[in-house]
Design a protein around this ligand. Structure first.
Ligand SMILES: [Zn+2]
Length: 249
């Protein structure tokens, strides 16, 4: 199988940044505890990025809005055993080099962010619950707390479920309709939400500029050949890993 991964064009301009979104060829990247097959898959992916799996730190992913500030001392947490991941958070931020931030996704949206002025990096896992909880806003606010101006952030929203494939129940639709009226749709009595529009709006409201925001067109369902989708394949899907890191000066 041909093995490749996706990179954000806007972050490609920065040679100090390590970044990538794995594709199906790398295999499943999510584990509940420890799993030798997933570790092998993660090792192959990090090797392709030119980093060691031992430098990676992973979020627990609880569909909330908490951000943890991590340092080099956290390197390896959650990389080999999910019970050691950063608990209770969906987002990470660091100013340290050689600690590479990672989330796993399959339909949920990954967010990566870089402030080239303060050399700070961040990552978030944003599903519909996390978006409603404001995880994108929380990430930008943490950058601000660490001295960043939001208009300096270079941000990418990665592959995730598109509105055509994200059918929601009425209660979820109405929650989104209140905050993101332009991102909700009704077709044949079914409700749909465009999570990418919601998250982009949320990030821009927090101060990210349109010019600095790249939104991946890929959908995990439309492009299921390349990406795992929880909606299509259930919990045994092939989860993507999304990584951002800062190389040593
Ligand atoms: Zn789709």
């Amino acid at each position: 199988m041909e093995v490749d991964f996706i990179k954000f064009s806007n972050l490609n301009e920065f040679p100090e940044i390590v970044q990538g979104v794995s594709t199906r060829g790398f295999g499943n990247m999510k584990m509940l505890v420890s799993d030798s097959k997933v570790i092998k898959n993660r090792e192959n992916f990090t090797k392709a990025l030119g980093i060691d799996l031992g430098s990676v730190v992973v979020t627990e992913n609880v569909h909330g809005n908490k951000v943890a500030v991590v340092t080099k001392a956290d390197a390896g947490r959650g990389a080999f055993n999910h019970l050691e991941s950063i608990q209770g958070v969906d987002a990470l931020i660091t100013r340290d080099s050689n600690v590479n931030l990672m989330v796993t996704v399959a339909d949920c949206l990954p967010v990566v962010a870089y402030d080239p002025i303060t050399r700070t990096i961040g990552i978030a896992h944003a599903g519909w619950k996390g978006i409603l909880a404001g995880v994108g806003t929380a990430l930008v606010n943490e950058f601000k707390a660490m001295g960043s101006r939001p208009d300096n952030l270079v941000v990418g929203i990665g592959p995730g479920i598109c509105q055509k494939h994200f059918i929601v129940k009425n209660d979820v639709l109405s929650k989104f309709k209140d905050i993101y009226p332009k991102a909700t749709f009704i077709r044949n009595k079914d409700g749909y939400v465009d999570l990418k529009i919601c998250l982009a709006e949320q990030l821009m409201k927090a101060g990210v500029t349109k010019n600095n925001l790249e939104v991946a067109a890929e959908c995990t369902v439309c492009n299921n050949y390349y990406f795992g989708s929880y909606r299509v394949e259930g919990e045994h899907t092939v989860y993507q890993a999304v990584i951002i890191g800062l190389k040593e000066k």
